[in-house]
Write a protein that binds this ligand. Structure first.
Ligand SMILES: Nc1nc2c(ncn2[C@@H]2O[C@H](COP(=O)(O)OP(=O)(O)O)[C@@H](O)[C@H]2O)c(=O)[nH]1
Ligand SMILES: [Mg+2]
Length: 298
């Protein structure tokens, strides 16, 4: 077919390929979520439903790309780690970054009603997420990256938990801020304990550590199946990496079946199981996810 005389403009397009052999981290972050959370009356400092909605969107991204080794979410951000050898979109940066951001955003909207209908919270305006890709050449760099994000949630959550307890006890926002100025982690722990009887370590782990997403084989009703599972754990310590060797080494030998333990009631688990049951019952993909309000209900 003859080329049109306009065809030459194609040459202006630039293509940036992400360096081979490096881990690719794509991190999305909610734009202006301070405002978005206020407008939608999210509970301060942590809204469990809002975090679960982030996990639904994270699950959707993990289901789409089988080259993601681990996902990690906290607050309004999610990181997706693509394997060193990932060949997704021939490692074209623009394609990968924009696709992850748009899929995450549309999944966030797709699952909104499922989470917020019971609280009658309607979406007031469309949320958006920015995204970036960062390359890490060594396993140590990658672990340090994830540790950095988990340390971030710890610092923020300890501060926010103390701050909002002080405000709830009658201090103005400005006075609570002043009270916390220059305090160390140990001081905040002490305020929580002595003033409010709160042992910070007993706060829900999803608030303290964020959510790790891994693809695992699990056994449900005597059937083995692969699910995206949420894990609430300390990923800074070596123990985590010994427990899940397949993250860094795809070929590593792991337990045949992962024990979901108390996480078998996590919303994204109930959701995936219900969708699978519907598909087994003959529903096509679109029907299987339709009207699945409130996770797990069919
Ligand atoms: N109320 C509430 N706010 C949250 C929650 N998670 C995240 N946020 C808000 O989202 C912000 C995320 O931080 P950042 O990305 O730096 O702020 P942004 O630029 O406004 O998106 C936090 O500062 C909070 O204001 C939550 O569970 N509840
Ligand atoms: Mg943000």
């Amino acid at each position: 077919m003859a080329l049109s005389r306009f065809e030459y403009v194609k040459q202006f397009e630039e293509e940036e390929k992400l360096l081979p052999n490096c881990w690719i981290v794509v991190r999305i972050d909610g734009k202006g979520f301070h405002r978005f959370c206020n407008v939608h009356s999210f509970t301060k400092p942590n809204d469990l439903d809002a975090l679960q909605l982030m996990n639904f969107a994270g699950m959707t991204v993990m289901q789409e790309f089988n080259e993601i080794a681990i996902g990690y979410g906290q607050s309004d951000e999610y990181s997706f780690v693509f394997r060193r050898e990932a060949s997704v979109y021939q490692r074209r940066r623009d394609k990968l970054v924009s696709y992850v951001a748009s899929l995450f955003t549309s999944a966030y909207m797709f699952h909104w009603k499922r989470i917020f209908d019971s609280r009658s919270i309607d979406m007031r305006y469309p949320p958006s997420f920015d995204a970036r890709a960062v390359l890490y050449p060594t396993d140590e760099n990658l672990r340090d990256y994830l540790s950095w994000r988990q340390a971030d949630v710890h610092v923020n959550n300890l501060y926010n938990t103390t701050f909002w307890n002080l405000v709830a006890s009658g201090l103005s926002n400005a006075d609570a801020e002043k009270r916390l100025q220059g305090t160390l982690a140990s001081d905040k722990n002490e305020i929580l304990f002595s003033q409010f009887g709160i042992n910070y370590n007993n706060e829900p782990i999803i608030y303290r550590k964020g959510t790790i997403l891994l693809a695992k084989s699990v056994r449900v009703k005597d059937k083995k199946q692969r699910l995206i599972v949420p894990i609430f754990d300390d990923l800074i310590s070596d123990t985590f990496w010994v427990k899940h060797p397949e993250i860094l080494d795809k070929k590593a030998k792991t337990d045949d079946v992962f024990d979901l333990a108390e996480n078998h009631t996590q919303p994204i688990i109930l959701y995936q199981l219900t969708v699978q049951e519907r598909r087994k019952a003959g529903h096509n993909k679109g029907e299987a996810t339709k009207n699945l309000l409130e996770t797990g209900s069919s």
